[in-house]
Design a protein around this ligand. Structure first.
Ligand SMILES: *Cc1c(COP(=O)(O)O)cnc(C)c1O
Length: 392
């Protein structure tokens, strides 16, 4: 075993209070509240599908928690992003800026709109889009054509920017929003990973016209599969509801659909799970914060390994904990040793610019994202690993 691998396994063991034969997953859901009761109620009443009280309640609870005026629940986070991009004006042939360092859903949602990702670099402190580097790139490579930002090389409009709050750590959204304002670019925040992350007391996903959340099984709270769009724009929220519910005009018995729309509704059964999970979110966040603090202590003196802490001035949900290795050559040995020890770890995603379907897209210089890609490892992060799990 490599020395770094030895040290990482030892540090993880010192935090995770499990015997050596127990497998520790990267992130598993915690069901400690009203999940059974709410799901049973759906089954008992027959309201399991595309309408029901839990959908309305989940949307209201999400709006209230995030501070957004409206939330629209949908079938997953990718669908939420697809619809948010369409409603924020992304059209066929447009370019949309996003970090190369993200989960593939961010790029796929852009592609569903017929638009093309434009991959930008990240910064090491936030693991998210670097607003200053983007500003410099735009000055050198874009022009303003009658109010539209245009890529001088490709001639295509650059319509929007999709920042993503990596592993729950907020990007420098205020600086990014200045840059977007200067160039007339819409911001659609991919807040899939950052439910419970705040900047200056404001929930992530509150800066652009719309933002999206995910409730996949590995996220901070889960509905099995699910997602939501949040916005302060009532008209946009109404459009989102219409577009995600087959474009059906409300009527007691008529089936009249007025546009080609999507079946992206979140079933009531899933929303019931979401309501029960949301009730426990504060407890999950407290557990995850304690776990992160213990990792930070355990890795403080480990040579060649740095635990990733929340950026200054921001409050992270610590969805997925991560370490950065000084020496990328140690990465595979660390992955092998930890997984052999039953402590699940994994490398960060491959950069989107390296995937075959996105290899031809325009990229800015990606030096920092490439450095992170070679050195970052996610470590076990379930709320149930924190010492103060508080179910209801
Ligand atoms: C989880 C996630 C999504 C959405 O994923 P779904 O599985 O479709 O809910 C989107 N973007 C990022 C960055 C994610 O991590």
């Amino acid at each position: 075993m490599s020395p770094a691998a030895d040290r990482v396994v030892a540090a993880l063991r010192s935090v995770l209070d499990v015997d050596a034969s127990t497998f520790v997953p990267l992130h598993e859901p915690t069901f400690g509240g009203n999940e059974w009761a709410y799901v049973k109620e759906c089954i008992d009443t027959g309201w399991v599908s595309s309408a029901g009280e839990y959908v309305d309640r989940f949307e209201a609870d999400l709006a209230s928690y995030t501070g957004a005026r409206r939330a629209v629940a949908v079938v997953n986070g990718t669908a939420a992003l697809h619809v948010a991009l369409l409603l924020c004006g992304v059209k066929r042939g447009d370019e949309v800026v996003m970090p190369a360092l993200t989960f593939v859903a961010t790029a796929n949602a852009v592609a569903y709109c017929g638009a093309v990702p434009l991959f930008a670099d990240s910064e090491e402190d936030t693991l998210g889009l670097d607003p200053d580097k983007l500003a410099d790139w735009l000055e050198a490579n874009a022009k303003n054509l009658g109010g539209t930002c245009v890529n001088r090389t490709t001639g295509r409009p650059i319509r929007a920017v999709v920042p993503m709050h990596t592993f729950g750590h907020p990007v420098r959204i205020r600086r990014l929003s200045e840059v977007c304002e200067r160039w007339g670019l819409a911001i659609v925040e991919d807040a899939a990973e950052s439910l419970g992350s705040f900047v200056d007391g404001q929930h992530t996903g509150r800066v652009g016209r719309a933002a999206t959340l995910s409730f996949n099984g590995n996220k901070t709270i889960t509905t099995g599969g699910g997602g939501a769009l949040i916005t302060d724009d009532e008209e946009l929220a109404d459009r989102a509801k219409h577009l995600t519910t087959t474009g059906k005009r409300p009527h007691r018995w008529e089936y009249v659909h007025d546009e080609v729309a999507f079946n992206y509704r979140l079933p009531n059964l899933n929303a019931a799970l979401g309501c029960a999970q949301l009730e426990q979110l504060d407890g999950f966040l407290a557990s995850k914060r304690r776990l992160a603090e213990r990792y930070a202590e355990a890795f403080a003196d480990v040579d060649g390994v740095r635990f990733v802490k929340e950026p200054e001035g921001a409050q992270s949900n610590y969805w997925l904990n991560a370490v950065l290795l000084e020496d990328p050559a140690q990465r595979d040995a660390v992955l092998e040793a930890t997984n052999d020890a039953g402590l699940m770890t994994r490398p960060v995603w491959r950069l989107m610019s390296g995937l075959p379907m996105y290899a031809d897209c325009v990229s800015t210089d990606l030096a920092v994202a490439e450095r992170i890609e070679r050195r970052l490892i996610n470590i076990p992060s379930s709320a149930s690993l924190g010492p103060v799990f508080t179910g209801t």
